[in-house]
Design a protein around this ligand. Structure first.
Ligand SMILES: [Zn+2]
Length: 263
């Protein structure tokens, strides 16, 4: 006679896998105890995969590694590399199939060969005064919407080796993601193909549908947007990254809770 044992099975929304709890043999007419694998968000049905539509706008002087034969709508080599890196790190694949994570889809890429009126092309000259800064960001968003009316996020590649002036601690900002605009700005100073993936991470965390915008393991009480592990993609500075930075299942789960995926 073959004895069949039944065990309780739990679904973990974080990695989309089913787990068998062998410590709890399932008895007839007895319910499995509810077991919490993750945040209270579990009953909000976090999607396993999502697609983020990215619009690329390249301003004059941005170093994006174009081929001589590229047209203005060809996706430049640097952008291809950075989007590929973002897809690698924000996705978990099994046998080549995407099982959990975010697909970054370039809806359109456009290279401006001449300055756009109202927008500085060199990120180092980005205005610091609040009013003129916001006026410029709004002009960029209008430009972005003209290129791609329905993208989720607009990535601008700009000339210059930093964003704005050098910081008071002599560091400089090489890329930024806005809190209140779907805009990411990349400069020429990028040292890693994963920097765009980092900025896209900020965008997905900032747009969390429960407004829980912090990284799952925040860097500090004052900087909750970054991760505390030096090798992690969301560590504040890319200087301590290995060639391929780390990411955690919690971060991918968090990214999948961007409101972008629930429209
Ligand atoms: Zn950052």
């Amino acid at each position: 006679m073959i004895k069949i044992k039944n065990y309780c099975i739990y679904y973990n929304h974080r990695d989309g896998k089913y787990y068998l709890d062998k410590s709890y043999p399932h008895k007839k007419n007895k319910k499995c105890p509810y077991k919490e694998f993750d945040l209270a968000d579990d009953n909000h049905r976090t999607v396993a995969t999502g697609t983020l539509d990215v619009c690329i706008i390249v301003l004059p002087g941005a170093q994006v590694d174009r081929n001589p034969t590229d047209t203005q709508t060809t996706i430049p080599n640097r952008v291809r590399r950075e989007i590929a890196a973002a897809n690698r790190i924000w996705q978990r694949r099994e046998n080549g199939r995407l099982v959990q994570g975010v697909r970054f889809n370039v809806v359109r890429s456009f290279v401006y060969l001449e300055n756009i009126s109202g927008i500085v092309s060199n990120a180092e000259n980005f205005p610091t005064r609040e009013n003129s800064h916001m006026t410029m960001v709004q002009a960029m968003l209008r430009t972005g919407r003209a290129v791609c009316p329905n993208a989720d996020v607009y990535v601008f590649y700009m000339n210059g080796n930093r964003f704005g002036p050098i910081n008071s601690d002599y560091s400089s900002t090489v890329a930024i993601t806005y809190n209140s605009f779907p805009i990411i700005i990349m400069t020429n100073a990028s040292t890693s193909d994963y920097l765009l993936a980092h900025e896209l991470g900020h965008f997905m965390f900032i747009t969390n549908r429960f407004n829980r915008t912090a990284d799952p393991e925040p860097f500090s009480t004052t900087d909750r947007n970054h991760n505390r592990t030096p090798t992690n993609l969301m560590f504040p500075s890319p200087d301590s990254w290995p060639p391929v930075p780390d990411i955690t299942a919690d971060q991918i789960y968090k990214a999948l809770n961007s409101r972008v995926f629930y429209d």
